[in-house]
Design a protein around this ligand. Structure first.
Ligand SMILES: Nc1ncnc2c1ncn2[C@@H]1O[C@H](COP(=O)(O)OP(=O)(O)OP(=O)(O)O)[C@@H](O)[C@H]1O
Ligand SMILES: [Mg+2]
Length: 360
């Protein structure tokens, strides 16, 4: 899929912006603070309904303004067109698909898939487990129709059980929620384990390309509870502890996964650059898997590519993406690896300067 056009109003430094994007590589260059990352952030917003820089999407609203909008004209691989929009008016956020408000935001998010590598992406490797769970869950949201329903069922059961735990319940009162929570958690764990298995071949390929010096890679999955007993038994065994803490200590909400290399058995053995390359391998594996399962590449955003990766790795990334994906790259300078493609006319270039963008 690709964005043919992107329109912003009162989005961070952009009072008004309307750009036509190339189906292939788009390069945005300009000085610090010009607004390059903000363009990728707007594209990411159409796919995730949140920024990759801040948990609070209200910071996206231009200082002093009361409304903002992000509109994108999306073309899918099957040549279906959609006009997607996210608007903030007053304190409310609304979504639009082809001019009308969908029943839920999920409908919009399902149409648009954006994979974004940015300076904070190393958190996927070195950050908290929540980062890695959202990575799996976002991928599952796009490839498994039923996943969202199961995820919501699990969230509901967890919330109810935690609320009850804070009221010093009798064990018999927790019983029904244990059964509901354990049932939903087992389904989530199964989805997540199978998804990680499906990613494995893509990830092994990309990791051996980007991090050949570290030897073979292994992926392992932790469902969030110890396999020596069922989750239902574990929940029952943890009653005293869970009541004392006021929350459920084991379950799918504690799931995690990790990557280990033959020649770097601990995460702490990786350099910061290697962590970034690992994160990039995971994100591109997710993109390749999505492309093969759905027959359509997600849009790929690479923020500050040249300052994140050396020239050799930049070239490997561009090569591994092939010709089918729409790619949006930013940088204060043109990344060295793109120079030959610019000569061939394969890159659409934009200059960004404090809130305005000029096509070169
Ligand atoms: N809510 C806002 N209202 C107005 N301006 C904002 C808002 N949020 C951020 N800005 C401004 O937007 C500009 C764009 O920042 P952005 O991070 O997109 O720049 P950049 O080109 O990626 O810079 P760098 O090269 O340093 O990464 C900054 O100058 C910042 O001051
Ligand atoms: Mg930036």
């Amino acid at each position: 899929m690709r964005l043919a056009e992107l329109r912003l109003e009162n989005f961070r430094v952009f009072s008004s912006l309307d750009i036509t994007l190339s189906p292939g590589i788009n390069l945005f260059t300009g000085g610090n603070g010009a607004g390059k990352t903000s363009i990728l952030e707007a594209v990411h917003l159409l796919s995730h309904a949140r920024s990759f820089r801040s948990a609070n999407r209200d910071v996206l609203l231009q200082e002093g303004q009361s409304h903002l909008s992000v509109f994108g004209q999306l073309l899918t691989g099957a040549d279906v067109q959609h006009r997607l929009g996210l608007l903030r008016t007053g304190a409310r956020w609304q979504s639009r698909i082809d001019g009308t408000q969908p029943q839920s935001l999920t409908e919009l998010l399902r149409l648009c898939a954006v994979v974004c590598f940015e300076p904070g992406s190393h958190a996927l490797i070195s950050g908290p487990a929540a980062e890695r769970r959202s990575f799996l869950d976002w991928g599952l949201f796009h490839v498994e129709q039923d996943f969202t329903l199961q995820w919501r069922r699990h969230q509901r059961a967890l919330k109810q059980r935690n609320a009850l735990l804070r009221q010093s319940p009798r064990e018999s009162e927790l019983g029904p929620w244990d059964i509901e929570l354990a049932g939903a958690a087992v389904v989530l764990a199964d989805y997540r384990a199978r998804y990680l298995d499906a990613l494995r071949p893509y990830l092994v390929g990309l990791a051996s390309t980007f991090l050949s010096e570290l030897g073979a890679v292994q992926l392992s999955f932790d469902p969030g509870w110890n396999a020596d007993m069922s989750l239902l038994e574990r929940l029952q065994q943890n009653y005293a502890r869970d009541i004392a803490r006021g929350f459920t200590s084991a379950g799918a909400h504690r799931a995690d996964w990790s990557l280990r290399f033959d020649l770097a058995s601990k995460r702490e053995h990786l350099s910061r650059g290697q962590e970034k390359l690992c994160a990039l391998a995971c994100l591109l594996a997710q993109a390749q898997h999505l492309a093969h399962t759905k027959g359509d590449w997600p849009i790929i955003c690479l923020d500050d590519l040249a300052s994140e990766l050396d020239a050799e790795h930049q070239a490997l990334v561009v090569k591994s993406l092939g010709l089918d994906a729409q790619i949006l790259i930013t940088g204060t300078e043109t990344p060295v690896a793109l120079a030959p493609l610019i000569v061939d006319g394969a890159v659409r270039r934009f200059h960004v300067e404090r809130g305005s963008v000029t096509a070169l």
